[in-house]
Design a binder for this molecule. Structure first.
Ligand code: ADP
Length: 199
């Protein structure tokens, strides 16, 4: 028997830092929160598109995809909303470990749920982006006609109508979409990422 036959090859574990070094940029979760129609999805996607264009490893965790797939078993009771956010947080954490810049766009109305997600991450990896827009303007936009349905009583526990939205008290980034264009909002997020040396 040759000597080599008794030698086991130990693969070294590839760390988050290794992946970041290979990518040439940091990884984080940009957690967009705000009322329905405030612009979370629009801005999260615009940010991800620009990241992709700049050669940065990105991914969008999109509400509908998650609700259809991973969280297809969850409805909208208080417990299920909390569980929905918890699972999304765990998935986001895996993506950050994989070295990506993630954008997520979920109303995530409860502070305690958002804080629990923040606690999953290391310092600086969880970036809360408060997409602020007056309810009247969200309702005027009503891109999915959800407010109309909620006002007619066809949707119960609708955030802003008959369920509360708890505003973030100290978000890393605040975007007022009644004042900024989508392009200006994207620039504000990029400015933050550049200042923190994430990109
Ligand atoms: P959310 O994901 O928060 O429910 P969406 O992004 O789906 O919201 O919808 C927001 C709607 O508001 C879109 O139709 C978008 O075109 C429109 N909109 C108008 N102005 C802005 C802005 N400055 N930023 C983001 N969205 C805007």
């Amino acid at each position: 028997m040759t000597k080599e036959a008794n030698i086991t090859w130990h693969e070294s574990t590839i760390s988050k830092l290794d992946r970041r070094l290979q990518n040439g940029h940091g990884s984080c979760t940009l957690w967009f929160t705000g009322l329905s129609g405030s612009g979370k999805s629009t801005i999260a996607n615009a940010v991800s598109n620009e990241l992709y264009r700049q050669g940065i490893n990105e991914y969008v965790l999109d509400g509908d995809n998650i609700r259809h797939g991973l969280n297809g078993d969850l409805g909208f009771s208080e417990y299920e909303r909390t569980e929905n956010i918890r699972r999304i947080g765990e998935v986001a954490k895996l993506f950050v470990d994989s070295g990506k810049v993630i954008t997520t766009a979920f109303i995530s109305p409860f502070s305690s749920d958002r804080e629990k997600v923040r606690d999953l991450f290391e310092e600086g990896e969880f970036i809360e982006v408060f997409v602020s827009c007056p309810l009247e303007e969200c309702e005027r936009r009503d891109p999915k006609q959800l407010y109309q349905k909620a006002r007619r009583g066809e949707i119960k526990n609708f955030t802003g109508i008959d369920s509360p939205y708890e505003r973030p008290t100290s978000p890393e980034i605040t975007i007022q979409t009644d004042l900024l264009t989508v392009e200006e909002a994207v620039e504000k997020v990029f400015e933050y990422l550049r200042n923190k040396n994430i990109i």
